[in-house]
Write a new protein. Sequence first.
Length: 218
Amino acid sequence: MLTLKERINHIQKCLDKFFPNPPVPLNHQDPFTLLIAVLLSAQCTDERVNQVTPKLFALADNPFAMSKIAQDKIYSIIKPCGLGPQKSKAIKELSSILVNNFAGEVPEDIKALEKLPGVGHKTASVVMSQAFGVPSFPVDTHIHRLAQRWKLTNGKSVVQTERDLKKHFLPERWNKLHLQIIFWGRAFCQATKCHGMECEICTGINPGRKRPFRHKRP
């Protein structure tokens, strides 16, 4: 049985080996376009978002222009991303708030971001991390799942998982590590595969596992 320190070292070694410089998966040009892209990615793949955002940003790539676009027009473009009515409403409303309250700038403050329509803690954390370089550890259901498989959290909630991951890893690694785990999950440890028994990280941590890992839902 590996100690926590040994598990962490094994995880970091594998992630650095396969994904030494992970790219930001959502295409964007600035904090605003990243914010919109992350908002659209809720219950949608990054690939689909990257197919949709060029058309949306050709229409409006800043909050001043976006706030003037009719919600129905925004909806017609982002519909393939799912949850179109809610997302189009949030995009238009948050754009107006940025114009009226922040001079058209995306605030570099996680609490202010979390107050914007359609922006939860995870979305705000992604923006803080990827747009502003502030150490953050956005946790979605995929990272929550892998953290359980890797014995880094008890799986009670994504809030607990974020707290545990921040405790286990140095802050200067958080932003990169968040992306590394995402790419590892997509490549080697998918939700419907591995189950704690196949990928290099899972087998290294649990070499004697005989049964699939059972996850706790967030």
